[in-house]
Write a protein that binds this ligand. Structure first.
Ligand code: GLA
Length: 391
């Protein structure tokens, strides 16, 4: 593989010596089910063939040296394999450090460090889970090197914990799950309340998944994300007053929600909760439609998901709305919506194969005219989750 050959050369240059093992960890795109994971609802993401590669060699001491070819200006970052805490100066290395730390706290202690060279093919800030990709990658490297015997779901949970407790981003489980548990040509229907899941084959005969990156410069998504979480939790607590057995918004049907929604005092919070409930039920309907080969209905529900994220959840913004609105007007577009946390990042669209070139051109031009800079496009293929690769 050409990428690996280049990485191995660079490894020798940066660290001296030879890399011993290679890994790939995908990014993810969520097809539908947004801001439902931390509300105990369903999500329907898939792992994509863009992601994070690593070439690795063991070291004899307890130091890890890590270098990213994408962030060459940061140079080699070093950290010990025990007693870690978040350190701003270590920049992006806090993600792997976080994983080492949660592993240690869970009793999975490293006995030596590594030299690791990273190369990522995910565009930064595109909302395609480059951080989850790096976290699960680190988990797999540790698990293999030390024979901890953890299964992928345990590693997914530890990776999420690293993000929550070490990095301090209060994300749900979707990203790490999609990255770790991804399966070629399949999306994953995951119930985030129970972690039960199943794969659903994505066999689009004449259409593809097109990811369009807004290229919006970094937005303050994480504080707004935490506010949405808090609003939903507050709404849930008010609903519990009339329905004490309720554990998550994801347990409610739309009608049932509407009957009790009046108990949520703040209108804004009622809207947030309505999105969480409707989006969860919409996700189940969408998967049913897709499995009945009704791609048109799946696309319509994708569009509805965007409306709800725009109007009730208010996590879209001008760039994502512009991309979606232009996409809806294009011939050959089955459905289009924002994907991931929102505020910036990307949209996901289902586009007929023979319309993709025109889609890129028309959406590119109209977006640039309105926003002032160009979006970028990736036609995604669906990949397996994090794994070791030969070569
Ligand atoms: C981010 C989070 C996920 C999920 C999405 C929204 O990607 O990391 O856990 O909440 O936003 O669906």
């Amino acid at each position: 593989m050409e990428i690996l050959a280049t990485m191995k050369q660079e490894f020798a240059k940066q660290f001296g010596g030879e890399a011993e093992r290679s890994y790939f960890s995908p990014g993810r795109v969520n097809l539908i089910g947004e801001h439902t994971d931390y509300n105990g609802g369903h999500v329907f993401p898939c792992a994509i063939s863009l992601g994070t590669y690593a070439v690795v060699a063991d070291r004899k001491d307890m130091t890890t040296r890590i270098y990213s070819m994408n962030l060459a200006d940061k140079g080699i970052i070093e950290f010990p394999m025990t007693g870690l805490s978040y350190d701003t100066a270590k920049d992006w290395a806090n993600y792997p450090m976080g994983v080492v730390d949660v592993f240690e706290k869970a009793g999975h202690k490293a006995t030596h460090g590594f030299d690791i060279l990273i190369y990522g093919t995910l565009p930064a800030g595109a909302g395609l889970s480059s951080s989850a990709s790096l976290e699960v990658l680190t988990s797999v490297i540790l698990n293999e090197a030390f024979g901890f015997g953890l299964d992928m779901i345990e590693m997914v949970k530890l990776s999420q914990k690293a993000e929550n407790q070490f990095v301090g981003v209060n994300c749900g489980i979707m990203d790490q799950f999609a990255v770790g548990m991804g399966k070629k040509d399949c999306a994953i229907l995951l119930d985030c309340n129970t972690l039960s899941y199943r794969y659903s084959k994505i066999a689009l005969e004449d259409a593809s998944i097109v990811i369009t990156n807004t290229n919006k410069p970094h937005s303050l998504a994480s504080s707004a994300y935490n506010v949405r979480r808090a609003q939903c939790e507050h709404a849930l607590n008010e609903l519990k007053e009339v329905k004490p057995e309720l554990k998550a918004l994801g347990e409610l049907g739309n009608d049932e929600f509407n009957q009790i929604a009046g108990h949520i005092e703040e209108v804004l919070e009622r809207h947030r909760a309505r999105h969480a409930v409707y989006e969860n039920n919409r996700t189940l309907d969408a998967v049913k439609a897709l499995e009945n080969n009704d791609v048109t209905e799946f696309g319509r529900l994708m569009n509805e998901s965007h409306f709800s994220l725009r109007d009730d959840y208010e996590v879209t913004g001008k760039e994502l709305d512009t991309l979606a609105e232009i996409a809806w007007q294009q011939e050959g577009v089955i459905g289009s919506r924002m994907t991931g946390a929102g505020f910036g990042g990307s949209t996901v669209s289902l586009v007929k194969n023979d319309a993709i070139e025109a889609f890129k051109k028309n959406v590119g031009e109209a977006y640039t005219e309105k926003i002032g800079y160009a979006p970028s496009f990736v036609v995604a293929s669906i990949s397996d989750g994090t794994h070791r690769i030969e070569g």
